[in-house]
Design a protein around this ligand. Structure first.
Ligand code: FAD
Length: 492
């Protein structure tokens, strides 16, 4: 389904011209390409070095999605910097590439500031990215297969949460959650901090977020494969098909796909920061059983609905999704989501879009053995699930972060938002989307003048991230290098 797509399909994409008088500014070692018919002299001298070198479009090669990591890096570092100098239009529009939590929140908050946007997302079944829910009719079977729950620490997110609670989009997860140690010892977490879930799952929450907006268009499924600066605007396209032109763009996704998209975009600094991001891989095994899983010892005394698993190589999390999402259902089937450790994901990494059958069988067996070990069951005693589905999240969670809410290149009129800017959680992605939206609105309000004052995070160093394998939850963390509360205070 392609939703509300209202752009002219007759946009002409032309080769970028060499500016006659490239009075452009370069960020450090990158050459700049001025993208306008009129060349402006900024009123204040930016912090960046002047670069009067003529830029050419010769070195710009068509992006190839089969390109090696090394050549991506080389192209990323050698590409020319785009420098938009045309004034911002009176009614600017932002192209947001990625309809996960950060991109959707960015669109919502741009609207709050009176700025129009279009969100492009690859999702075939819906929006939300890593807020994924799978429902298999007619039983129904239901599984959140990435984000499991979220916590709320920041007052700005709390305000949003209250609105979602009021609309019934989310609810507090009342089930018991805690740590399950190898052998079946369960230690419940205290009720505080509260843990929230999408009432019908995470994806329905994501799908509902833009219902009440009037200045946001959504285009899905759509895989933006090219960004081209031309005549003061960003032109986006999907495999040669024009997808519209935008005053600014937001990259609200990460990983290999973003690296390839940015490789020849004219945004070397943004591309360089994106390339520094490191991501874990996590296997998700969805399994439906006829009978409840046998709980014994402390797990029988306190039947849990969700558990961070400790001391089992193949498993970091298990949750009873039937109990979590279908409260009223009595009896079977019993749907469980099992998530692997990041270490197990790394050991068994394969291309996520083409998982060899032998790997799938090995991983499924390894994870079910992990369930037995976690629950303290004897080997081979676990009942066979009547339904399973295995998925690899090849770019699951960030393991390092610049610890700033967003990155913005005012010369290229492009920003990045996403969980990894601040941490690894739904809350981090929400705060990032909000903060970038406000920054872009401020930049537009300023008419694009004094661009260097709006540059954020282009040289920021990264630091390692720790927490649970499936995210950081203030109050539920085991050990962290950084106090996330402090990190959230960095958000303007
Ligand atoms: C297995 C797993 C378990 C997790 N558990 C939890 C949890 O319990 N609690 C928690 O708080 N967090 C959890 N997380 C993390 C949480 O899911 C993420 O932090 C959050 O959803 C990230 O949102 P995002 O918008 O930054 O990115 P994403 O959700 O990744 O969104 C990016 C979107 O962009 C789209 N896209 C990519 N390329 C293009 C393109 N070229 N054109 C158009 N669209 C494109 C993608 O399809 C995707 O929809 C988990 C993550 C994983 C993988």
């Amino acid at each position: 389904m392609v939703t509300s797509y209202s752009f002219s399909s007759s946009l002409a994409f032309q080769t970028l011209e060499t500016p006659k008088s490239p009075f452009a500014f370069s960020y450090s070692r990158f050459r700049t390409l001025t993208c306008t018919s009129e060349i402006d002299t900024p009123k204040r001298k930016p912090k960046f070095t002047m670069d009067k070198q003529k830029s050419t479009s010769k070195g710009r090669k068509k992006s190839s999605y089969g390109t090696s990591r090394r050549s991506i890096l080389k192209k990323t570092l050698n590409q020319e910097q785009v420098n938009f100098t045309a004034p911002i239009s009176d009614d600017p529009v932002v192209g947001i590439i990625g309809g996960g939590m950060s991109g959707l929140i960015c669109a919502m908050y741009l609207e709050k500031r009176g700025v129009r946007s279009t969100v492009f997302d690859t999702g075939i079944h819906g929006l939300g990215g890593r807020m994924g829910t799978r429902v298999i009719d007619p039983q129904p079977l239901i599984f959140d297969h990435a984000a499991q729950f979220f916590t709320v620490n920041d007052p700005r997110f709390n305000e949003l949460l209250n609105a979602w609670l009021e609309k019934g989009l989310v609810q507090e997860w009342q089930g018991t959650i805690g740590e399950l140690h190898n052998g079946g010892q369960f230690v419940p977490f205290p009720a505080s901090p509260p843990k929230y879930i999408g009432t019908k799952g995470m994806r329905p929450l994501a799908n509902s977020l833009l219902y009440e907006t009037s200045m946001v268009s959504v285009v899905r499924p759509c895989w933006i494969s090219k960004l081209e600066p031309f005549n003061g605007m960003w032109h986006l396209s999907e495999n040669g098909k024009p997808c519209g032109k935008f005053d600014a763009i937001v990259i609200a996704h990460n990983g290999k796909c973003a690296n390839r998209l940015l490789m020849s975009s004219g945004l070397p600094l943004i591309a360089k920061q994106m390339k520094r991001l490191e991501l874990s891989s996590i296997w998700a095994l969805l399994a439906a059983f006829d009978d409840p899983l046998p709980l014994q010892g402390s797990t029988a005394a306190v039947p849990f609905e969700g558990a961070f698993v400790k001391g089992v190589d193949s498993l970091s999390w298990m949750a009873n999704n039937t109990k979590k999402l279908l409260k009223s259902q009595s009896g079977g089937p019993h749907c469980w989501t099992f998530l692997s450790t990041a270490a197990y994901g790394k050991q068994n990494k394969v291309p996520q879009e083409n998982i060899p059958a032998a790997t799938a069988a090995k991983v499924k067996a390894g994870m079910l053995e992990g369930v037995e070990a976690a629950l303290g069951l004897s080997k081979g005693s676990l009942q066979q699930p009547f339904y399973t589905r295995l998925q690899l999240w090849g770019a699951a969670l960030p393991t390092n972060t610049p610890a700033i809410p967003y990155i913005f290149d005012p010369f290229g009129r492009a920003g990045i938002c996403g969980d990894w800017l601040l941490g690894s959680s739904v809350e981090a992605s929400v705060l990032s989307g909000m903060a970038l939206a406000n920054h872009i609105a401020d930049y537009f309000q300023n008419g694009g003048a004094h661009p260097s004052e709006f540059a954020v995070g282009l040289e920021q160093e990264f630091q390692p991230l720790q927490g649970h394998d499936i995210g950081q939850f203030p109050g539920l963390e085991t050990q962290q290098t950084m106090n996330q509360t402090e990190m959230y205070q960095l958000v303007k």
